[in-house]
Design a protein around this ligand. Sequence first.
Ligand SMILES: [Zn+2]
Length: 54
Amino acid sequence: MSLTTHRCTCGATLQFRQDIRKEETGVYPTWKCKDCGTPVPGKTAEKLRHQHPS
Ligand SMILES: [Zn+2]
């Protein structure tokens, strides 16, 4: 099983649940980089939030 990673515009590599934070505003929750607040694409965030460091 391969891990999804997302390279944020701030240079951070987002890989695990704790690398993103949930924003509960609006109809749908959005996920953002925990460092800079840049929104993470929904499909990517959906994968990231199921990934935990073992
Ligand atoms: Zn970022």
